[in-house]
Structures are given as structure tokens and as C-alpha cells.
Design a protein around this ligand. Structure first.
Ligand SMILES: C[S@@+](CC[C@H](N)C(=O)[O-])C[C@H]1O[C@@H](n2cnc3c(N)ncnc32)[C@H](O)[C@@H]1O
Length: 148
């Protein structure tokens, strides 16, 4: 797995929580998660600050807004997915008042990295991914679910 993207098949693990919902990937990069959830959701929206990544998403037909997730008003959604830096994950978690917030991570509170400063998810999902032998192409991925 190249640096800092979720596993490509994340959508199938998210399916029970996103089926027919409006889904927002907060910090969507080039849209790996958005593409993976498209078969399941009613609508998929991304937010990304990097113009090149936004351009790639738009080229691929994805619905992405360019902006800084810390300052823009987040779109209305049922489910928000976020995997950025730990401090930003926490800010997004606190900012969202209603819906399901899913924080992605390579490690979670139960391991050595405290992703959300002692905040425990309502549900923790872990799954194995294997996309090859390269750097970060294989391992365990963690999803913390927080119902607001
Ligand atoms: C770890 S990547 C995750 C990408 C995708 N959500 C995934 O899981 O595969 C985080 C992305 O968030 C973007 N990002 C970081 N800080 C941001 C901010 N303040 N506003 C918008 N996007 C941000 C980065 O440019 C990067 O593309």
C-alpha cells in the first residue's frame, strides 16, 4: 500500500454502515475510498485540500470539493470517513454533531498509537489487507466507528 491511503477494498468492510447513505471522505486524496464505496452508497462526496489530488478525482468522475477540512463547512452526510493526522481526526470527530464518524488508522487505541487521545470508538473493526509485497501493501487496518 503506498503511503497514506486506505486499502482499496475498504468499501466491502464499510458496506453494512454505508448502504444507501450519503458518505463523505474528509481528506479524500485521489479518491481510493470514494471509488471503493461507490457501489454501496447513495452519494459519495470528498473534500481535499491538494489541488492536484482534487483534479485527479474530478478527472475520474468523482464528486470532490477543494478545501481545508478545518475551515470549510462540511457537507451534510450520514457517514463521515476520516484518516488524516491524529490531531485532525480528533478535530473532525469533535466537529461532527450528527451521523456516523469513521476514523481509519493503521493502529488504534488498543495498540501503541492513541489515535484519538483516549477516546474509545463505539465499535472497532479490523481487517487484513494484502495488495502485494511492497511497502505498506499488507497488514491490518483499523476502523473506529463513533455514533453521534
Ligand atoms: C492519509 S490521506 C487519506 C486519503 C483517503 N481518505 C484514504 O483513506 O485513502 C489524507 C488526505 O487528507 C488530505 N488533507 C490533510 N489535511 C487536510 C485538510 N486540512 N483539509 C483537506 N484535506 C486535507 C491530504 O492531502 C491527504 O490527501
Amino acid at each position: 500500500m503506498p503511503i497514506m491511503r486506505s486499502p482499496r477494498d475498504i468499501g466491502k468492510y464499510l458496506e453494512p454502515y454505508i448502504k444507501d447513505k450519503v458518505f463523505c471522505d474528509v481528506g479524500c486524496s485521489v479518491g481510493v475510498v470514494l471509488k471503493s464505496v461507490l457501489p454501496y452508497v447513495r452519494e459519495a462526496i470528498g473534500i481535499e485540500k491538494c489541488p492536484d489530488k482534487v483534479a485527479k478525482c474530478i478527472e475520474d468522475g468523482l464528486n470532490v470539493i477543494q478545501g481545508d477540512v478545518l475551515s470549510i463547512k462540511l457537507p451534510e452526510a450520514d457517514v463521515y470517513y476520516c484518516w488524516i493526522a491524529h490531531n485532525i481526526n480528533r478535530i473532525i470527530h469533535d466537529k461532527i454533531q450528527k451521523g456516523l464518524v469513521i476514523i481509519g488508522a493503521e493502529k488504534f487505541v488498543i495498540e501503541e498509537v492513541d489515535v484519538l487521545n483516549k477516546l474509545k470508538p463505539d465499535k472497532l473493526i479490523t481487517f487484513q489487507f494484502d495488495e502485494g509485497e511492497g511497502h505498506r501493501e499488507k497488514g491490518i487496518f483499523y476502523l473506529g466507528l463513533f455514533y453521534k
